[in-house]
Design a protein around this ligand. Structure first.
Ligand code: PMT
Length: 401
């Protein structure tokens, strides 16, 4: 299952080779990928949405705006969902619109919004494929960072024989597998991630905690495991499970337990990311028996917990990247930058509780990343799995490449 957990958005444009895209979708699904399909209006004449939704096990989208229902398809969401957008077959017409930055259908708007890599597999008649304008458009796509799977030789729909057939689905599958194998940018690297809340016991049934679900940190763990890292996840109480079996998960409850789990392993790590919402204070002497309500109102004395991120910043081995989060409610940028400095981190991810859909519990987040020397990267609201990718992309860009 080389494509397990990979999210592939297949774009199909109007070409007779569209029938082969149905087989390709099946191959991707058989290899463990999650597949969604976008068709151009012309493609629906060659292959039906029903066939593709049955094979992909997902709804298929072909219109940007449905005038009957008044609904529109969120192309930004589709593009953000994907790890890879593959346009196969790519017709000469869609190619020229892509090269030109046009956006008059759903496939094109999705392409323009894609933050993931894009691979195209052209299909057209042999003379069209050789035409200087087509060659120039393909080059333009390459220059824009897209990858092209060259068309193959053989019998064409026109009856002519030559180069222009869309690469066979099995060949496209191999190309895509190789592509994902090449994304193992963290192979050989060890990463430790803290996630979730901590619970500070008051007595055997009560605790001081917070609303962190663990989602953000666990998505980071999955993203790094997908890119080949050896990941240790030190996780406070959370019901969320990681997708990758390769992740070593250490479940802890209190800040002190989290601190011990991290400090015991930090020396081995190439990168440490503190995404946990660690309680700053614990209870000095938690009661050993349940506190009864008929006694005196209890006084709970709090004690300061160790700061895990600050410890990692101060005690890292040479070359270890240390990243943290800042969850703010006011003076966001100023506070985030202060944390970057005070905790000696290389990077701080700011999420603000003032941004709707950001922070605790939600499936989305909105972040700004700060680094030393005034480095800064802003990102729009996106699902937390995508945010995790954007954070890892930034780590790669700033520290690894
Ligand atoms: O888990 P989710 O529901 O998905 O929510 C994600 C999140 C909002 C918890 C996450 O994105 C986030 O912001 N995590 C950090 C929350 C936090 O405690 O922020 P802070 O500003 O108080 O702490 C700053 C940094 O120091 C953080 O990296 C924190 O992990 C670290 N810290 C804080 C205190 C402490 N004792 N030890 C620490 O390591």
């Amino acid at each position: 299952m080389q494509l397990k957990n990979k999210k592939i958005l297949v774009g199909i444009s109007g070409s007779i080779a569209a029938y082969k895209a149905a087989h390709l979708v099946r191959l991707f699904v058989k290899n463990g990928a999650q597949v969604k399909v976008v068709l151009t209006p012309n493609a629906t004449g060659f292959v039906t949405p029903l066939t593709l939704s049955t094979l992909s096990k997902n709804p298929v989208h072909s219109v940007l705006f449905n005038s009957e229902t008044g609904e529109w398809t969120n192309h930004v969401e589709l593009a953000l969902w994907a790890d890879l957008m593959l346009i196969a077959p790519l017709s000469a017409s869609t190619l020229s619109k892509m090269a030109d930055g046009q956006s008059d259908n759903l496939l094109l708007t999705t392409y323009l919004s894609a933050k993931c890599p894009v691979i195209v597999a052209p299909a057209m008649d042999l003379d069209m494929y050789k035409h200087p304008s087509v060659l120039a458009n393909l080059q333009k796509l390459r220059d824009n960072g897209n990858q092209v799977i060259p068309a193959e030789k053989g019998e064409l729909a026109s009856g002519l024989d030559g180069e222009g057939r869309m690469a066979e689905p099995e060949h496209i599958l191999e190309f895509v597998k190789d592509f994902f194998a090449g994304t193992q940018t963290w192979a050989g690297k060890k990463v430790l991630i803290t996630a979730g809340p901590t619970y500070e016991p008051i007595d055997p049934v009560r605790y001081i905690g917070n609303r962190s679900s663990g989602k953000m940190g666990i998505h980071l763990a999955d993203t790094l495991a997908a890119r080949g890292a050896e990941v240790v996840l030190v996780c406070g109480p959370s019901r969320i499970r990681q997708e990758y079996d390769s992740i070593q998960r250490i479940d802890v409850e209190t800040a002190v337990q989290m601190f011990e789990a991290v400090t015991a392993r930090a020396a081995d790590m190439d990168c440490i990311i503190c995404a946990a919402a660690v309680a700053d204070y614990g209870v000095e002497n938690p009661a050993t028996q349940k506190i009864k309500k008929d006694g005196q109102i209890p006084e709970i004395k709090l004690v300061k917990n160790p700061d895990i991120l600050a410890w990692c910043g101060a005690n890292r081995k040479k070359g270890t990247i240390v990243a943290g989060f800042a969850l703010e409610t006011d003076n966001e940028e100023e506070n985030a930058r202060k944390k970057l400095e005070k905790k000696q981190a290389d990077l701080i991810v700011l999420n603000s509780l003032n941004d709707p859909g950001a922070g605790f519990e939600s499936d989305t987040n909105k972040i700004t990343i700060f680094g030393k020397e005034e480095r800064r990267a802003d990102f729009p609201l996106a699902p937390k799995n995508k945010i995790a990718e954007l954070i890892v992309n930034t780590l790669e860009k700033w520290f690894i490449q």
